[in-house]
Design a protein around this ligand. Sequence first.
Ligand code: GAR
Length: 219
Amino acid sequence: MEKASLVVLVSGSGSNLQAIIDAIKNQQLDAEIKAVISNREDAGGLQRAASAGIKTFFIDHSQYPSREAFDRAMMQIIDPLKPDLVILAGFMRILSSAFIEHYQHRLLNIHPSLLPKYKGLNTHQQAIDNHDPVHGASVHYVTDELDSGPLVIQAEVPVMTDDTAQSLAARVLHEEHKIYPLAIKLHCEGRLAFDGNRLLLDKQPLQKALQWQHGKLIQ
Ligand code: GAR
């Protein structure tokens, strides 16, 4: 079977991108990252990609008259690469409906909360302020509604009484680095699919997100 091809979009430090690069290097994931695209020139993710010998693209969203025009510019880079999967890894721009529709069924996102809780920004502080006993991360296919779309894998972490948003974010990120490569692997192996309505795992409807607990995926 041909290696699955990936395109990764980043805006920040790119630690999730690094986890994907490492999973490929360690042969846990049989895939090739064709390109990393960022809307920020200073994104650490671009550095990480360049160090791994991956082609990088910086597209400055402020140079485009509309969200749609910026997204079209990204599509012009992505489409010739024919990716099996487009991966949002800390990409902090809202995408247009046209972009989402174009890559539907092959667009994954990771979000630092136990969705549907805490869509949007500042998720860690919200979990602390609400005295949540647990917080976590979610991988989901992207649909037109922000931070929604069918959940693939979730991982929980405890919230400690002395947590700051920073310490909690670090604990969540650690889990993100485990579950994102796993979700990508399931998709690339053809075991996981989103048919537009339902998630299918090994051709069976997946009723709720897989849980990552104690180093294992639990259905
Ligand atoms: C991660 O925590 C990711 O879940 C979050 O941005 C961080 C990126 O970290 N994404 C979102 O908030 C998207 N709504 P990284 O650049 O080190 O991978």
